[in-house]
Structure formats: C-alpha cells, structure tokens
Design a protein around this ligand. Structure first.
Ligand SMILES: NC(=O)c1ccc[n+]([C@@H]2O[C@H](COP(=O)([O-])OP(=O)(O)OC[C@H]3O[C@@H](n4cnc5c(N)ncnc54)[C@H](O)[C@@H]3O)[C@@H](O)[C@H]2O)c1
Length: 272
C-alpha cells in the first residue's frame, strides 16, 4: 500500500534483471508511492531479463545502457529527462558483477583483466553515473542518489572475493561525490549496505546458502529482504531524509553490530 511518499518525483532505476532483483522490488514500490521512472539495464541483460513485464506493470519506459559506457549514460540521462518531462529526483544504482567470481577464480588467484572489468561494472560505474548526472545538471535540488553495497567492504568474507574491494571503492565514491553534489546541487548520495539476499548476483557467491543462513541467525531482526531494502530506499528517496548524505547505511537486521547470537552459541555448545 502506498503513502504517496514519492508523488510527482521522477528518476532512473538501474539493475532490474528479474523479479528477485532488489531494483525490481524498488521499482514496484516507487510506482506504488507515486513516483515515475525510466528503467535501465545493460543491453545483454535486457535480452535475458523480464524487464518488459516490469515496465508494463509500472507504466515506465526502458532505455538500455551499459553502466560502464559514458556515451550510453549520457544518452540515458538526456532521454530520461525528455521522457519524464524535467530534471530527476532520484537514482538507484543496483549493479554488481565480478568476473573472477563468475569464473571461479579465488581472491589469491585473480586474473587482473577480470578484476578490472568487475571494478568498472560494480564500482567505477557509480562514479560514471553520477558524473553524467552532474555534467548534464540533471538532478533537482534535494534529489537523492542511492547505491547498494555489502558489509564485505568493512569485514572480510573470503568468498565475496574482489567484490569486497569493489564495494569499498563504491562506498568511497558515494562520500566523495556526495560532497560535490551536496555543495553544488543540494543532492544527497548514500549507500545501503544490505543483508545477503537471494538474487542472481547474490547466489553467484560461493557458499551463499550457508552464508545467508548464518546471517539470519546472527541478525536480531533476521535478514532484510529485497522488499525491505526497497522500502528503506523509498525513505531515502523521500523528502523525509533530506539531510542524510555521504553515509553508508547498514540495512541488515542488526547483523553488523552483533558479536554473537544465542543460536550461534548453541551450535558450538555440546548438547549432552
Ligand atoms: N544479493 C545480495 O546478497 C546483495 C547484498 C548486498 C548488496 N547487493 C547489491 O545489490 C545490487 C543489486 O544486486 P541484486 O542482488 O539485486 O542482483 P541482480 O543480479 O538482480 O542485479 C544486478 C544487476 O546488475 C546489472 N548489471 C551487470 N552489469 C551491468 C552493466 N555493465 N551495466 C548495467 N547494469 C549491469 C545486471 O544486469 C543486474 O540487473 C548489487 O550492487 C549487489 O552487489 C546484493
């Protein structure tokens, strides 16, 4: 049920691949809250994905763009302004991919061409998106830009591989660009550090099932779902969080602050 929190607001949503995607749930929730948007994804993902279905459901248009390609991004920004009839109020960057993870290369055996590609897609693309928006002066004052990240940027999760480094870079870009976007355009920039979530990108991580079950037991509120993440993102797109910027915001049911939980202690205690 919507509360019109985004009534009249316009934006761009990157990264809706299928109905499990965090961006997919966010698009549905933005629509319910009265916002309008352009959907975008890499051209290759469009062929595999079901994005047309989402576009129909949310009454939105699709513009393909590879988030590593500056020309694609400028075209996306220009066309989105035309389609939506003015500047933008919100942008969601929900993009991640590691070639090393995909090809089963361990962190200690990276192929650096793969590393560079994964960094470009997962981390530098956030700078490229924001630079395109900034140069085109495409954001309205008090607009909001959000990217998704994971706690492996702060703590080691061995199988998260080079994505950990990519997320650390992504979070730094949010702070650095957040300064300029705040000063010059009164736009906020934040990252949401989300619980493990069963999506295509999430399930690509080795040992994901064990990983998500452990996080569930370690989080006092349980893992945050994709829908929970969409709802949190709505709050950051809304006018109710205007002075929140340059933050990495943990959205993980309390996982990041929990040292140990009763359930985990019980797993390691002899039951005699
Ligand atoms: N799933 C998790 O456990 C989890 C946890 C924390 C953070 N995240 C982050 O959430 C974000 C969304 O991932 P998701 O879990 O919804 O998975 P997903 O696989 O549904 O989404 C990833 C998206 O990135 C897109 N993408 C890949 N290369 C691209 C490119 N060159 N240009 C444009 N788009 C491209 C894919 O097409 C896909 O739509 C990612 O940043 C991911 O790292 C996920």
């Amino acid at each position: 049920m919507g509360h019109n929190l985004l009534k009249g607001k316009k934006g761009i949503i990157f990264g809706a691949l299928d109905e499990n995607s965090i961006a997919w749930k966010t698009a549905e929730r933005v629509h319910e809250e009265g916002g309008s948007f352009v959907l975008t994804n890499a051209p290759i993902a469009m062929r595999m994905g079901q994005i047309n279905e989402l576009a129909k459901k949310t009454n939105s248009e699709i513009i393909p763009a590879d988030a590593t390609n500056e020309e694609d991004l400028m075209n996306l920004v220009t066309k989105s302004k035309e389609i939506l009839g003015g500047k933008l109020d919100f942008v969601l960057h929900s993009i991640g991919m590691s070639v090393n993870v995909r090809k089963g290369r361990l962190y200690t055996d990276e192929k650096y061409d793969f590393t560079t590609k994964g960094w470009d897609v997962s981390a530098l693309s956030f700078h490229k998106v924001m630079q395109s928006l900034y140069k085109a002066d495409a954001m309205n004052e008090w607009g909001s830009i959000v990217a998704l990240t994971y706690m492996a940027a702060q703590r080691t999760f061995p199988d998260y591989n080079d994505m950990a480094d990519n997320k650390a870079y992504l979070e730094s870009v949010a702070r650095s660009f957040g300064y300029f976007f705040g000063k010059e355009k009164k736009v906020r920039v934040n990252t949401i550090s989300q619980s493990p979530t069963p999506t295509t990108a999430g399930q690509g991580v080795k040992g994901f099932d064990g990983f998500i079950a452990y996080a569930e037991k370690m989080s006092p509120l349980g893992n945050a779902t994709a829908l929970d993440c969409a709802n949190y993102t709505i709050s950051l797109f809304s006018d109710l969080s205007r002075k929140v910027t340059m933050q990495n915001l943990f959205h993980d049911g309390g996982f990041s602050m929990t040292g140990v939980s009763q359930e985990v202690i019980e797993k390691f205690t002899d039951q005699e």
